[in-house]
Design a protein around this ligand. Structure first.
Ligand code: GDP
Ligand code: MG
Length: 171
């Protein structure tokens, strides 16, 4: 017999970006609606969360993989790129290095992901004060346009655009 879930389309989604940009926090906010403070060291490695979302009257299952500790061991992630349907690539708007590294990440993606992969660039920590912000929204938009990927700023802290980002990717 079949349960309802047998008919769900399931899509592999991977969170990428430098350590500390808020990948785990974004996933926790999307999954639970909460900003979880504290230590995520337990998520070193690669783990996933399943979320069913509704887009255009259809239920879609996102299997979202959270990467950690792979910044220095990128080969670990390469095997996952190939099967991914969507990649959420994060930087931190209060960390210039994490933004500068986006080009390297996009290079990796071009090399290892399949050509049809959906890529969304995400500038996280949009809640930070204007004093702390070092990457403007325009800078994010510009690099996204250059690489032909979609772009949004999010805050895993306040929840700004978190659900919208995942829904957009699912759609
Ligand atoms: P990861 O290494 O990419 O998984 O990043 P984490 O989710 O572990 O977050 C790194 C740090 O940034 C933690 O101290 C989080 O509380 C903090 N953080 C994550 N997202 C946000 C955000 O949207 N706003 C602010 N202000 N802090 C955030
Ligand atoms: Mg993490």
């Amino acid at each position: 017999f079949h349960t309802h879930t047998d008919y769900l389309s399931s899509f592999q989604t991977i969170l990428l970006g430098d350590s500390g940009v808020g990948k785990t926090s974004l996933l926790v906010q999307f999954d639970t609606g909460k900003f979880q403070t504290g230590n995520f060291s337990a998520t070193v490695g690669i783990g996933f969360t399943n979320k069913v979302v509704n887009v255009d009257d259809k239920s879609v299952k996102l299997q979202i993989w959270d990467t950690a500790g792979q910044e220095r061991f990128r080969s670990v992630t390469h095997a996952y790129y190939r099967d991914a349907h969507a990649l959420l690539l994060l930087y931190d708007v209060s960390n210039k290095t994490s933004f500068d590294n986006i080009r390297a990440w996009l290079g990796e993606i071009r090399e290892y992901a399949n050509d049809e992969v959906v890529i969304m660039l995400i500038g996280n920590k949009a809640d930070c004060s204007s004093d702390d912000r070092v990457v403007s929204e325009d800078c994010g938009k510009r690099v996204a346009r250059e690489y032909g990927v979609t772009f949004v700023e999010t805050s895993a802290k306040t929840g700004l655009n978190v659900e919208a980002a995942f829904l957009s990717v699912a759609r």
